[in-house]
Design a protein around this ligand. Structure first.
Ligand SMILES: CCCCCCCCCCCC(=O)SCCNC(=O)CCNC(=O)[C@H](O)C(C)(C)COP(=O)(O)OP(=O)(O)OC[C@H]1O[C@@H](n2cnc3c(N)ncnc32)[C@H](O)[C@@H]1OP(=O)(O)O
Length: 249
């Protein structure tokens, strides 16, 4: 059974038939507070783009890993039935707030030009290309990340801050699934081996323990075939109330 992981319940965000079901459960959600008159909707409201779906910049290794996990995802069949699968692909938008119930108003009020910086990319393949999958039975989250040429740090290789960003994204999502809204309180990264630009890497995270408001997560980042360790990391996330963020406290 799917469940909502954010306090703002996801509005009707449907996966294409060929892809996995979303983790956001909108079945119990109230209807959107406003419906545009028919015929006007497409002119005024753009459909959210799900950035976790493949695009033409994805190389063979990115596609291979995507297919590997996606083929193990539950999905809605052509006949409208749900096929079970241990993994779920997590959709990704450049502003989730905008696509949650009531969020379209909040997103206008709170920094309306704000965008998730890992998805603020007009040139496909130039920066962060990634997709996350979650396995609730094993409580595992994986990220498949292809590093674009604009993420350069050391010549020809990925910047350490960009690497940290991807780690934070995977483990932050995992901690959110485990505990609801959280913020990163502490992130420790051992950088073991540089990542050449253009390479695809695999991130795997596990929740080690929960202690009151605290959740401890670990993550390792390897080459796409798992043979080389690029980073290992540990992090502490602390639960927050979303109102803290929205009210700016
Ligand atoms: C699907 C879409 C999903 C969405 C998925 C999104 C993915 C992206 C994820 C991105 C995540 C981010 O970038 S988050 C942005 C970067 N992070 C931040 O800006 C956080 C800034 N820091 C804060 O706001 C605050 O310090 C908090 C919230 C972290 C903690 O404040 P608090 O809530 O008042 O909690 P506090 O009482 O101080 O501490 C609670 C407990 O945690 C411990 N603690 C607190 N901080 C630390 C620390 N740095 N190191 C060790 N321990 C600490 C305390 O000792 C205490 O332990 P005890 O006494 O209870 O034992």
């Amino acid at each position: 059974m799917t469940r909502s992981i954010l306090p703002l319940t996801g509005r009707s965000l449907r996966a294409p038939k060929s892809s996995c079901v979303f983790i956001y459960d909108d079945s119990k959600a109230p209807p959107p507070p406003f419906s545009a008159p028919q015929g006007l909707a497409s002119g005024f409201f753009s459909k959210p783009r799900d950035f976790s779906l493949p695009n033409s910049s994805w190389g063979p290794e990115m596609m291979r890993l995507y297919e590997q996990y996606n083929s193990q995802c539950g999905e809605e069949t052509e006949g409208g039935e749900n096929r079970e699968g241990p993994w779920k692909r997590l959709p990704s938008y450049n502003r989730f707030l905008k696509y949650a119930t009531g969020g379209v108003y909040l997103s206008r009020m709170i920094h309306k030009k704000a965008r998730l910086f890992t998805r603020n990319n007009r040139d496909q393949g130039a920066t962060f290309e990634y997709v996350l999958f979650f396995n609730s039975e094993e409580d595992k989250c994986v990220g498949v990340f292809q590093a674009g040429h604009l993420l350069e740090g050391p010549p020809g290789h990925v910047h350490g801050g960009a690497i940290a960003t991807m780690i934070d994204t995977v483990i932050g999502t995992h901690a959110t699934i485990a505990c609801g809204p959280v913020l990163t309180a502490n992130l420790n990264i051992n950088y073991r081996r540089p990542i050449p630009l253009g390479n695809t890497v695999l991130l795997e995270s596990s929740v080690d323990k929960k202690e009151g408001k605290k959740v401890f997560v670990t993550c390792k980042m390897t080459s796409s075939d798992g043979s080389k360790l690029h980073t290992d990391s540990t992090a502490l996330f602390v639960s927050i109330k979303v109102s803290q963020l929205l009210l700016g406290s």
